[in-house]
Design a protein around this ligand. Structure first.
Ligand SMILES: [Cu+2]
Length: 447
């Protein structure tokens, strides 16, 4: 039985090895393309976003939509464009490297299994020969204790390596005033939790080594100690309370803005909808006009109530442009379902909830150009993202944010269009006259 088993694994290993050796660029790619174009389209969405958006852009070019609008329709257009696309576009080959990588890891897995098997066999042979020679053989307790120590060092090195290599990827300077407070909180939490992680692991793994099974050692029965119980209950409770309070007061300091500062800040409304953000600047009066969801129409996407004169000077922002070092108060709303207003570099995240308005006030402190220079990346842009998985096009809910000087901001704002444009005026006046007629008819009926 065991001989059969061994033969089975040998054959399996040889088959995988041969398959790996037989891989030639293009061989698999061609067969897959002719059979499963939809798969290739899907994987292209993930791996080569540029291709997908390009093809989606072609399909929607008739509408001459700007970049943001094109990206908003990309998910729907992706499937239709695949069906309607010309033959040569459909036959786009999958990068053969994908298959090579896959088989490389499969082979690596088998190789690791074989190495472990060989080590096991060597140990078994050593054990049998020791028994035959009348020696004690391998002390499994010592081996396992040593393995615990090895795991400890490998694990701790892994933690260090992860901080060293991935810390830089996740960590970037905050570009807002309050961002520094959030970062301070993050650093303190990380330092405390890392300290606990290291101390706990050293204790656990080294105890497993120090108190490994020994022939003459006796287990010490130690059922209870009140002092130890108190220490390990009170100390974590104090640390957690400090962390929670630290978080609570930081959040309060960020969100509880005094009323006069709320009013003096620049007012911008942002509405999340599947799958785009619509931006409304308050205009000259710095008051965002009222909305009523019942007024939502194809021309009035936000349901702006134009009977409120404060809405007449409200400005549409194709992108978000903010003047540096000036407080801005975002009114965050949702048209349909939950979204989340998330700007990583600004340390800003708050849900966009249908039926209510959330607010986030902050002051950007680093312009886009300054950040580009700092990061040595001239293509860098701050981005508003949606942090709530809201449907198929969720990944596309992105909006560029430009932080510029006051002068540049004013120049940009002057070029933007009003929500209350000619079409809206006509629609509004028609609605007004219909209302007036209805009112007259009603009043006539009452009389
Ligand atoms: Cu989303």
């Amino acid at each position: 039985m065991s001989v059969k088993k061994h033969n089975f694994f040998r054959i399996l290993f040889c088959v995988v090895l041969l398959m790996g050796l037989m891989i030639r660029p293009g061989v698999y790619a061609q067969t897959t393309d002719s059979t499963s174009t939809s798969t290739s389209a899907t994987s292209n969405v993930a791996s080569a976003g540029k291709d997908t958006s390009a093809s989606a852009g072609k399909d929607t070019s008739a509408a001459a939509a700007p970049a943001a609008a094109t990206s908003a329709v990309a998910p729907a257009a992706t499937s239709s464009s695949t069906a309607a696309a010309p033959a040569e576009e459909v036959k786009k080959p999958i990068d053969p490297q994908v298959y090579i990588n896959f088989f490389y890891y499969v082979l690596l897995f088998f190789l690791v299994c074989v190495v472990i098997g060989i080590i096991g066999k060597i140990l078994r042979v050593y054990e049998l020969t020791s028994t035959m020679q009348g020696k004690k053989g391998l002390n499994k307790n010592s081996v396992q204790g040593a393995l615990f120590l090895v795991s400890l060092f490998v694990g701790l090195y892994g933690v260090y390596w992860s901080f060293e290599h991935h810390g830089g990827m996740a960590w970037h300077e905050a570009a807002t005033e309050h961002g520094k407070r959030v970062d301070a909180m993050f650093i303190v939490t990380t330092v405390i939790t890392t300290f606990v992680l290291v101390v706990m692991h050293i204790a656990m793994f080294s105890f497993a080594f120090i108190y490994r099974g020994k022939p003459k050692a006796k287990a010490y029965f130690y059922p209870h100690n009140n002092t130890i119980e108190k220490i390990w209950t009170i100390v974590p409770a104090i640390v957690l309370t400090i962390l929670v309070l630290f978080g609570f007061f930081t959040w309060r300091s960020i969100t509880n803005v005094p009323e006069d500062l709320q009013k003096s800040a620049m007012q911008v409304e942002v509405m999340g909808a599947q799958f785009q953000w619509t931006i409304r600047y308050a205009g000259r009066d710095n008051v965002v006009g009222k909305r009523n969801y019942k007024l939502t129409s194809t021309t009035n996407d936000m349901g702006i109530d134009f009977t409120d004169k404060a809405s007449w000077d409200d400005i549409q922002g194709g992108e978000i442009v903010l003047p540096v070092n000036q407080p801005v108060r975002f009114h965050i709303i949702s048209k349909d379902i939950l979204h989340s207003f998330y700007i990583p570099y600004f340390r800003v995240q708050i849900n966009a909830v249908p039926g209510m308005t959330n607010y986030f006030q902050f002051t950007p402190t680093i312009t886009t150009q300054q950040m580009r220079d700092k990061l040595d990346d001239q293509n860098f842009n701050y981005t508003l993202l949606c942090a709530k998985i809201c449907g198929a096009g969720h990944y596309n809910m992105q909006k560029n944010i430009r932080v510029v000087s006051e002068k540049e901001y004013k120049a940009w704002l002057a070029e933007q269009t009003y929500f209350y444009n000619d079409d809206m005026r006509k629609e509004f006046k028609m609605a007004q006259s219909t209302n007036n007629t209805n009112q007259t008819v009603l009043e006539g009926g009452v009389k």
